[in-house]
Structures are given as structure tokens and as C-alpha cells.
Write a protein that binds this ligand. Structure first.
Ligand SMILES: [Mn+2]
Length: 311
């Protein structure tokens, strides 16, 4: 599966690794992981990582990106990771590299590079990079293993999302043969500031239920002004407070803003996307969002969600 990419790597002295904008744990993990696999196994090669930085995942070792001159690309191989569309790639100088290669696990939408490996059966790009190391018989340094494991954990929702399968655990198992401290990773990923925990507690107390057990939170503009948090946190992060309530299969978080009422819809059972689309929104089958005109429209949407629960 990776023969061609391995040959490309072998034939270049300089390799520059890219990934998508606004990097998550998988983008950075695969980038740092691949860099360390190459430098560990081919110490004579020079490997750079480029792109924008991340505050959230700034705790990851070696997540400080390299600043490189345009001329470095002339005789380099650029490898793009974890990105399905060219427009999403951070630093578009990859186009100026002598050769380009891509490894990705998103649904294929366009050909971007000279050599490509895309496979949606992998939960993460880190999983694919791990497979690359196994297939090519390449050694993993502790930092490579730790970085790849971090991306695997974040993209699979701690091995919980539907994308997690037997293959995921086979690859994770391979990574864990190299020693690194998983507690360090989990502490960085899942420990919250106390102020955030307090905010979450306030939101838990606001949860209400429809007759068919759809959980919902409605935050008015006045309330929003009182919270010491941005709208994105209130809308996107607080919907999670309703995620693990027994007997609740659908939940929605409404947030009044000056641009309308933001609705974040979630389900662990039903397709709520059709309801989001009905109100001009979109997203995934079990996680979608929409912006509604006002409270009345929000209550209509809530009634539509309530009807889902009748089945
Ligand atoms: Mn990914």
C-alpha cells in the first residue's frame, strides 16, 4: 500500500510535511509522527514540518513548526497529511515541491499530489502512518509512537466513535510496544480549567426534557452576556453536557446571539441531520448545527426532534 511513498521518501534528501489548517491532534500527531519515523530510520535526511500552530494541541512535543525559505522546496518532497481538499492545506508552497505525496483517511474528494494513499477505513491519519511504519519495517521512536497514539485517541474519541474497529486496536497495540506515558496524554487532553468545569455545572442545571426525552438547553442573550465564555464555547462545548444521560437519544443546545439562535443537534441513535437541513443547517448524520431566526423557530425545531423520539 505504501511502496510508492516509501520509494519517494528514499529518493529525497529533504522532506517537508504539511497537513490541514487549524490542526487537530490527528493532523499534528501524524505530522510529528512521520517526521520522527523518517529521522529515526533515515538519519541523513532533513525533515521539516510546516503550517499554522494550535493553541489547543500546543502541548504536543515538537508541535512548534519550522520556518523555511521558499528555495527549500526546489529539491524537496512535500508530503500532505490528513487533508482531503487542496484548499484546506496549511502553507500552499507544497505545490512548488519537486514531488508531492499524500496520505489521508477522509472521503476522497480530489487528487492533489503525485502519489496518493487515501483509505477511509482508518479512524485517523495517525493510524495510516502507523500502518506505513509496520508495512515498511520502520522503527518507531518513543516520540513517534506517542504522537501517533495522541492522534488516534483524538480522532476516535478515545476509541469510542463508530470509526473505531479491530484494526484501530491492532495499530494502537503496535504503538504501545514502544514505551510512552499515556497518562501524560490523557491529562493534557481531558483535564479542564476549573472555570470551565464550573461553567459546565451551570449548564447541567439548565437541562430540560421534552415529553419524549429530548434533552435541551436554551440560553437567552441576557444569560449569554453573563457567562465569561465565548459563544462558540457556549454553543459547541456545552452541547456535550447532555451527551451521556441515560434514556436520552437526542439532545440540542440553543444559544441566542445577535445573528439568530444557534442550534447544536446531537443524537446517539437517530439521523438528526435532516432536521438541521430543514432549518438551513447541515453537518453529519448524528451531529449537526443550524442558525435559526428566533426562539419560535427554535421551539419548532425542538418539536421536530421530539417527534423523532416517538419511534
Ligand atoms: Mn484526521
Amino acid at each position: 500500500m505504501f511502496e510508492k511513498i516509501l520509494n519517494e521518501i528514499k529518493s529525497f534528501d529533504t522532506i517537508i510535511i504539511h497537513r490541514h489548517n487549524n490542526p487537530d491532534g490527528d493532523a499534528l500527531g501524524s505530522q510529528i509522527g512521520l517526521k520522527n519515523i523518517i529521522t529515526e530510520n533515515f538519519p541523513e535526511k532533513t525533515v521539516y514540518v510546516v503550517g499554522d500552530s494550535s493553541k489547543r494541541y500546543g502541548f504536543m512535543e515538537q508541535s512548534d513548526m519550522d520556518e523555511i525559505a521558499d528555495s527549500v522546496y526546489e529539491n524537496a518532497l512535500a508530503i500532505v497529511l490528513d487533508t482531503s481538499a487542496a484548499a484546506l492545506i496549511s502553507d500552499d508552497r507544497y505545490k512548488t515541491a519537486k514531488r508531492t505525496a499524500r496520505i489521508d483517511h477522509h472521503i476522497f474528494c480530489e487528487e492533489i499530489c503525485d502519489v496518493e494513499v487515501t483509505d477511509t477505513s482508518y479512524e485517523s491519519c495517525c493510524g495510516l502512518i502507523t500502518e506505513f511504519a509496520i508495512e515498511s519495517g520502520l522503527k518507531l521512536s518513543p516520540l513517534a509512537a506517542k504522537s501517533l497514539y495522541t492522534g488516534m485517541v483524538t480522532d476516535s474519541g478515545r476509541f469510542r466513535y463508530d470509526c473505531t474497529n479491530a484494526n484501530t486496536f491492532r495499530l494502537a497495540s503496535h504503538l504501545m510496544e514502544t514505551e510512552f506515558d499515556t497518562n501524560e496524554i490523557y491529562a493534557q487532553l481531558y483535564a479542564d480549567d476549573f472555570s470551565f468545569i464550573r461553567l459546565r455545572a451551570q449548564f447541567v442545571l439548565k437541562i430540560k426534557f421534552t415529553e419524549n426525552n429530548v434533552a435541551y438547553i436554551y440560553t437567552t442573550r441576557d444569560e449569554l452576556d453573563q457567562y465569561d465564555a465565548d459563544t462558540f464555547t457556549i454553543s459547541r462545548a456545552m452541547v456535550g453536557t447532555m451527551g451521556d444521560i441515560k434514556g436520552v437519544n437526542v439532545w440540542v443546545n440553543f444559544t441566542e446571539t445577535e445573528n439568530g439562535v444557534l442550534a447544536e443537534l446531537r443524537s446517539n441513535k437517530y439521523n438528526i441531520n435532516t432536521i438541521a437541513v430543514k432549518y438551513g443547517g447541515g453537518g453529519h448524520l448524528k451531529a449537526s448545527g443550524a442558525t435559526l431566526k428566533n426562539r419560535e423557530e427554535a421551539m419548532q425545531m425542538l418539536e421536530d426532534l421530539n417527534k423523532l423520539g416517538e419511534n
